[in-house]
Design a protein around this ligand. Sequence first.
Ligand SMILES: NC(=O)c1ccc[n+]([C@@H]2O[C@H](COP(=O)([O-])OP(=O)(O)OC[C@H]3O[C@@H](n4cnc5c(N)ncnc54)[C@H](O)[C@@H]3O)[C@@H](O)[C@H]2O)c1
Length: 394
Amino acid sequence: MVNAIVKQVLPALRMLASRENVLTIRLDDREIFSQIQSEEEVRELPFILDDSTILVVDETTNPAEIISDLEVKLSMWKEDRSWYPDYVWIKEIGLVAMAPNASQLDEMLGGTERDYSISPGRLLDKIAIVTGAAMGFGAGIAEMLFKEGANVVIADWNDTEGVKMADNLNKNLTSNRALFVKVDVSDPVSVEGMVTAVTKHFGGLDLIVSNAGVLRAGSLDEMTPENFDFMTNVNYKGYFLCAKYASSVMKLQSKYRKGYFTDIIQINSKSGLKGSNKNFAYAGGKFGGIGLTQSFAMELMPHKIKVNSICPGNFFEGPLWSDPDKGLFVQYLKAGKVPGAKTIEEVKAFYEAQVPAGRGCRVIDVFRAILYIIEQEYETGQAVPVTGGQNMLN
Ligand SMILES: NC(=O)c1ccc[n+]([C@@H]2O[C@H](COP(=O)([O-])OP(=O)(O)OC[C@H]3O[C@@H](n4cnc5c(N)ncnc54)[C@H](O)[C@@H]3O)[C@@H](O)[C@H]2O)c1
């Protein structure tokens, strides 16, 4: 029951309660709320301030009825007062705190108070998931989204690095917050659980960057069916699952706030635009990803959800290429893939020479494309190349 309320009621409530700026909201469903019987008992909780405003919802079984109840009560509330309620208490379920930013939510639900400043960014208080954000492109994108003021969810199956990443972002004394959620993007239960966890913690979802990806190169003779399935499940099916569960929350948001735009962005590759020798499992999944993007875009634009892919060139500075033990530069050097190359630098120079811009792709190059996609309301279904000129569209 709690999950149904999180998935259906919270995104609707976030929009219904908001005025010009969209709120951040959080459901607290700790055990204690199953025993609380009256508004007075809610007010006695140690973290509720004396002057807090609380709206009470009696209906607890049917999410659609909770939403209709909220629609009526919140429109009356808005007529009477110039503000929204601090809390909505849904009897037997829990307490929803509502605030302009996530730091305020922490305090309103009993977290430790801390000084913070409002980030001046272009994505202030947006809610963004980045899959595969524990390292590589994903980590860099998450960091830049955070700097632009967004609440960022580090979603990765690597919990050691993922938790570290979220903790580091949370050391910033800004109003937006980071959250780590462990996920396997190839598993539907795990992806649905990730979207539910994010909705419960921040109240909705404005952007998902489907970035988690894996690469195991190999010719037809070398590629095992198991490796092919593994890559297809992460790179191709993982994107479908992210779009499926993210869009269900996003659709509700545009239903209850007309004209509210959200974004699904897939980090594709230049290998999604041009075949890749002895790397077909990767290229095939990425080509397929563009087919998904175009099709999702048609289905979701009526809901103001834009769907686009970004096709970066090689990220030579990232771990996939530059890891000193198992990076592609070392592997290619050992395999003699670049004729005459005797050092890693020579292998790197060989690949850089293939890019008209003369260097590999960097996180900032991809991030500029992300900002363009988010801010541009008149485009969807595109595969935006960020390849330094290495791949040119027809
Ligand atoms: N590195 C490049 O040169 C390059 C170039 C173009 C596109 N890309 C694309 O960029 C994206 C990121 O690549 P990267 O090089 O930064 O990779 P990376 O290997 O450095 O990082 C990938 C991250 O994804 C996580 N991950 C992998 N499988 C997962 C799963 N099933 N569920 C959850 N998390 C998972 C890993 O734990 C890791 O944190 C990929 O989609 C890749 O195809 C990379």
